[in-house]
Design a protein around this ligand. Structure first.
Ligand code: KIV
Length: 279
């Protein structure tokens, strides 16, 4: 089945309609098995450009390409039936202006079957968001700490403190007025996130923001304990799978070296038994 022949049950307008209700649940996904695991539990799944750091060992999200996003988007889409799939637009694929953004957003949607795209930026991206939405592309905005701008923000710092709060109000209002169906708020003071949530008519999705946001998103590999290079304060580890994987690999290596694996139950006899043992 081609990517565009698939579509999931929830769409961007369903997510918009969840403003002020039961909190919206979201995680990032990059592979089919993980998408399958979260489909039932999430309202939307984000194919984040965090894939570059989580799965490809890149030092930041800046090296992520359209091709990487499309490959992972196609894999995630194969695992979803219910949750909306949102594709991150990678660094350099939309900042030149609305026409470039439309070309690449349309490609992400056409080649993966995604129901929406996400891009980083507030006031400066409002015209681009308006252009995309008017041409049939649902847009999720992302303001506060925008990791693609790490080099101009001076690092992965908390945004919007003190007098900088006014800029965040301007950003949130600009993306909402431009037609974004939701906005990610990353790494802000909790009280500011609460005020922004009350101030705008579209859902706010917090990451390092506040439990008062309309929803939450986390990077899957952070919350499962697969990505351990560093742990932002806003990440809660719900599992320690990186450590468990390392222990399982060590056990396998020890058994191979001791010739304990494979054992009799993993081997095939000369004669085919009566019942099938081909699995
Ligand atoms: O790329 C990503 O995973 C994201 C989330 C941090 C929101 O943008």
């Amino acid at each position: 089945m081609s990517a565009t022949a698939r579509k999931t049950a929830l769409n961007a307008e369903d997510i918009r309609a969840l403003k002020g209700g039961t909190p919206i649940v979201s995680l990032t996904a990059y592979t089919t098995p993980m998408a399958q695991a979260m489909d039932e539990h999430c309202d939307f799944v984000l194919v984040g450009d965090s894939v570059g750091m989580a799965l490809h060992g890149l030092p930041s999200t800046l090296g992520v390409t359209m091709e990487m996003m499309i490959l992972h988007g196609q894999a995630v889409m194969r695992g979803l039936t219910k949750a909306l799939m949102v594709m991150d637009m990678p660094f350099g694929s939309y900042e030149e202006g609305p026409a470039q953004a439309f070309r690449n957003a349309a490609r992400l949607m056409a080649e993966t079957g995604a129901g929406a795209v996400k891009l980083e930026g507030g006031v400066e991206m409002a015209d681009t968001i308006r252009f995309l939405v008017a041409r049939g592309i649902p847009v999720m905005a992302h303001i506060g700490l925008t990791p693609q701008s790490v080099n101009t923000l001076g690092g992965y710092k908390v945004q919007g403190r003190d007098s900088a709060a006014a800029g965040l109000f301007a950003d949130a209002r600009a993306v909402a007025d431009a037609g974004a169906f939701a906005v990610v708020l990353e790494k802000l003071p909790a009280s500011l996130a609460d005020q922004l949530t009350a101030d705008i008519a579209i859902p706010t999705i917090g990451i390092g923001a506040s439990a008062g946001c309309d929803g939450q998103v986390l990077v899957l590999d952070d919350m499962l304990g697969f990505f351990t290079a560093f742990k932002p304060k806003f990440v809660k580890r719900y599992a320690d799978l990186g450590h468990q994987a390392e222990q399982a690999i060590a056990a396998y290596a020890a058994e191979v070296r001791a010739r304990d694996f494979p054992a009799a139950e993993h081997l095939f006899a000369d004669q085919a038994p009566k019942k099938k043992d081909t699995k």
